[in-house]
Write a protein that binds this ligand. Structure first.
Ligand SMILES: [Zn+2]
Length: 306
């Protein structure tokens, strides 16, 4: 039995996962990130509580791993930059190890999602793929040669901040023209709202509303989705040119929209592709399988990456 801890911007999930990747029990708690050392103590208490509820002896747990939404040095568990929860230079690996009394591996959540998909999800059978999560922003975990790729600076897969438009739209990161400012769930909503604010009167101001209106036949919403998918394809074609993956897995709410997102995305990536891989037609764009649990499940198996 393994334990995966996924620290998100607002919620932290802790799960007991067996060796087949099945979640035995998962508890979700609020993320209280102001004081990392105190938060780690809370996580230890929650984890022990989880084990008790599931009648699992914590000392018999094989491995404990964690994920955070930011840049981490996987070798040490040192969190360099985690803007969503305001962490800069936080030694999470050390804090976890002293609080749990055992080593705890820490990695970036989107890489853990890719690992979960590699071991138990849509990435099974592929040695080289990218796992893209489209939500508030755009996350990406890269698997090369059957292993999660961190890069020499631990920043591999920051696809959301790939510049696709010179001097383009302002991004939350402080730069301009980043991919996620055009193609994230938030960006899809922002673009639709800017184009047709009246369409959102009395409706939730979120990406899902854009899709609902599109299914009702609103041509403007269909245009916005088409533009965002095209922008995403443009960015991904660049990543494919560099990495030559066999598959791109799409996770997050928008991945449910096969006809509006998954299929046109594959077509548009090929449209921007280079002859050598475009004509081989080997690249597949697929919905991910583990969905929201992927980062937690992947965290539980970080030991496989040592
Ligand atoms: Zn950015």
């Amino acid at each position: 039995m393994n334990i995966g801890i996924d620290i998100g911007g607002t919620k932290t999930s802790i799960g007991l996962v067996d060796q087949t990747g099945a979640i035995i029990l998962e508890h979700v708690h609020p993320t209280c990130a102001e004081k990392p050392a105190d938060f780690v103590e809370m996580i230890v208490d929650w984890t022990k509580e989880l084990c008790q509820t599931a009648h699992v002896n914590f000392n018999e747990v094989q491995s404990v791993g964690a994920g955070v939404p930011g840049t981490v040095d996987f070798a040490t568990g040192h969190v360099v930059f985690c803007p969503n929860i305001g962490w800069f230079d936080v030694p999470m690996g050390k804090l976890f190890a002293s609080a749990f009394g055992r080593p705890v591996l820490v990695s970036q959540d989107s890489r853990n999602a890719a690992l979960g998909e590699l071991l138990f999800g849509a990435g099974k059978g592929y040695s080289d793929f990218m796992c893209i999560t489209i939500g508030t922003g755009i996350g990406c975990g890269i698997v090369i040669g059957g292993r999660v790729f961190h890069g020499g600076m631990n920043t591999a897969g920051e696809l959301g901040h790939l510049p696709i438009v010179r001097d383009g739209v302002d991004c939350n990161c402080g730069n301009k023209g980043c991919l996620e400012s055009y193609a994230s769930g938030n960006a899809i909503f922002e673009r639709a709202f800017a184009l047709k604010p009246n369409a959102f009167t009395g409706r939730p101001h979120k990406c899902e509303t854009v899709f609902e209106l599109a299914y009702q036949g609103d041509p403007d919403m269909l245009t916005v989705i088409k533009q965002s998918v095209d922008d995403l394809a443009f960015g991904l074609a660049g990543a494919v040119a560099i990495l030559s993956p066999q598959a791109i897995l799409i996770s997050g709410g928008v991945s449910e929209h096969r006809e509006l997102v998954i299929q046109p995305l594959e077509e548009r990536i090929y449209h921007y592709g280079y002859y050598s891989w475009k004509h081989a037609k080997k690249l597949k764009v697929l919905p991910a399988k583990l969905e929201k649990s992927a980062p937690m499940v992947g965290a539980a198996f970080l030991e496989s990456q040592l």
